[in-house]
Ligand binder design. Sequence first.
Ligand code: NAI
Length: 247
Amino acid sequence: MKRLEDKVAIITGAARGIGFSIAEKISEHGATSVIIDLDKKAVDTAVQQIDDIGNRAIGFTADVTNSEEIASIFKEIHKEFGKIDILINNAGITKDGLLMKMKESDWDAVINVNLKGTFICTQKVSRYMLKNRSGIIVNIASVIGLMGNAGQANYAASKGGIIALTKSSAKEFASRNIRVNAVAPGFIQTEMTDKLPQEIIDNYSAAIPLSRMGTATDVANLCVFLASDEAGYITGQTIQVDGGLIM
Ligand code: NAI
């Protein structure tokens, strides 16, 4: 069943990892995925990969923290398609370190990309969704935003902020038929987690009731559901995809 036929979906940070899987799945369900990412070469490859299997994707190279750039790209997308149905705020970074020693620049960088980037893209897309009286926004948070983590104060604060932003925007936009939800992935295998030492990976995996790391597809499947009409009565929620890690 194609749940997103003819929809236009923007996915940020979608040149690789979880974002790419979301773009892939969304296209598989009949939508055009608009991939936005910093990495031009990876954007081209991602678009080509989706195109090669006969689904629809286009790409833009941009930084989610650059509000002018984002506004002009969204304007271009709207001009081309006449609407923007779905926004998935997925772009995110980590700059881990113990709070005592954390550089202010590492704090700022993570809050800027993860939290402010989500705000900017939400604000810039909202003018089109509000006018259209329809829209779906999914914010990629993290279980770390719910439970905190030693060595990730900046990341946890950014993801906790995203959860609060999700609730506020859900309340603000509900009367215009715009749903906003957050997805909180647990421990998912991507380039972000590949950087971690094996010992940490093993320790985490042992703490997961379903005893495995998640896949990007596990997260993408939930995003497709939240973006579909089947989730029509769900807004303001944070849904975990974490193999039972926190409950
Ligand atoms: P990744 O590092 O594999 O991919 C992130 C993508 O975002 C990259 O292509 C990067 O170029 C892009 N990006 C980074 N900064 C950007 C910016 N300023 N503007 C535009 N694009 C930018 O990361 P991964 O693992 O796929 O994570 C995706 C999202 O899922 C992030 O928000 C992350 O915090 C979240 N997440 C990941 C988990 C995991 O275990 N991998 C767990 C929980 C949440």
